[in-house]
Write a protein that binds this ligand. Structure first.
Ligand code: MRU
Length: 344
């Protein structure tokens, strides 16, 4: 089973992105032709979600090379420019570093442009395979007849395809686990209402949309069997950084003994940091809170604090579902083992 849409599609040397700022009321394609288009698409959230940002950035490096083939200084500057588009999701840096490694290894080759293009395509393709494996591995934590709660959008739209957390949900649905899903609206940008709800209805997965504040009551009342959501960056001690509101959900789950899972590829683990306090948290425009869509919902002169992400301490995380298996505590030891086995 695959989606009927491509979050990103590379065609005729252009990157076609579903413009996620407009869903679900409009389905339009944003065409990126230059590295500046790519930086804009990531910064303005035409494309969002950690793995999708990474895959998009990889094409940005290819576009940057096309523009500055004869000027390495400008090429590296352009890559840094893309890297600074958003600060929190580590997949952005991961993808750019991978592309630059390939560049440095092959820059003397006459074929370097093609090599970079191929690597970007490979990053995109691998992400889909990775997500399917996350989905498969996640089946072990989803019981039959489970009611699952998710937050933000960690679906096909947040990746090159299938999704991480929503990938687990889709895999469970297609494995006939008879699941039911509650999707948090996810204020302020409403990725749950606009994007996860759109994906759930497309896939015809039984589900309901809830305002974020409803989740606590459902969890307390024993209506939720597990929570599964994505991650933008995971520290080596298992602290999980994800969309704002994730931390409070984890606290409620811990209070009522509901399993709390993060589903993410290894590319979302930042092996350079010890814990979540070292993760930069993006603060976005104040108008995201003062407005819902075009409608003003707060006085324009009211100051706003709008962090886009929060960090869930590893003590609140039941397990992390990756393409290489489900990681349980102790996270520090088990993440280190995984690194030794698959990364080093
Ligand atoms: O601000 P966004 O929409 O880019 O935030 C996305 C999330 O927080 C997702 O949960 C996360 O990136 C995982 S996506 C598979």
């Amino acid at each position: 089973m695959n989606e009927a849409f491509n979050t990103l599609e590379f065609k005729n040397d252009e990157l076609l992105l579903i413009d996620q700022r407009l869903l679900p009321s409009k389905f339009e394609i944003f065409v990126a032709k230059t590295y500046k288009d790519i930086e804009f698409a990531i910064r303005d959230m035409v494309v969002r979600g950690a793995p999708a940002i990474g895959a998009t950035a990889a094409y940005g490096v290819y576009f940057a090379y096309k523009e500055f083939a004869k000027n390495e200084v400008e090429f590296i500057k352009a890559c840094d420019f893309i890297n600074n588009a958003r600060p929190t999701a580590i997949n952005l840096k991961w993808a750019i570093d991978r592309m630059l490694k390939v560049y440095h290894e092959n820059k003397k080759s006459d074929n370097i442009k093609e090599i970079l293009k191929k690597e970007a395509i490979l990053i995109q393709e691998e992400d889909i395979t990775t997500n399917k494996m996350i989905g498969e591995n996640g089946l072990s934590v989803v019981p039959q007849n489970a009611t699952i709660l998710t937050h933000c959008n960690a679906g096909a739209l947040a990746t090159a395809g299938w999704g991480t957390a929503l990938g687990v949900i889709k895999s469970a649905f297609y494995a006939n686990k008879n699941i039911f899903v509650y999707a948090d609206e996810t204020r302020p940008r409403q990725q749950g209402a606009r994007l996860t709800a759109w994906e759930l209805t497309q896939a015809k997965i039984p589900s309901k949309l809830i305002a974020d504040s409803v989740a606590a009551t459902l969890i307390r009342d024993g209506k939720i069997d597990l929570v599964v959501l994505g991650a933008d960056r995971i520290a080596t001690n298992g602290d999980v950084c994800n969309k704002i509101g994730t931390f409070s959900l984890s606290v409620i789950c811990k209070q009522y003994g509901v399993p709390f899972y993060s589903a993410a590829p290894l590319s979302t683990i930042d092996f350079t940091i010890d814990d979540g306090s070292q993760i930069p948290i993006e603060e976005r425009d104040k108008d995201e809170v003062r407005f819902v869509g075009e409608t003003q919902v707060a006085p324009l002169d009211m100051d706003v604090y709008n962090p886009a992400f929060d960090v869930t301490p590893h003590q609140n995380v039941t397990a992390i579902i990756t393409e290489k298996g489900v990681i349980y505590p102790p996270f520090k030891e088990n993440i280190a083992k995984l690194k030794k086995q698959f990364i080093d």
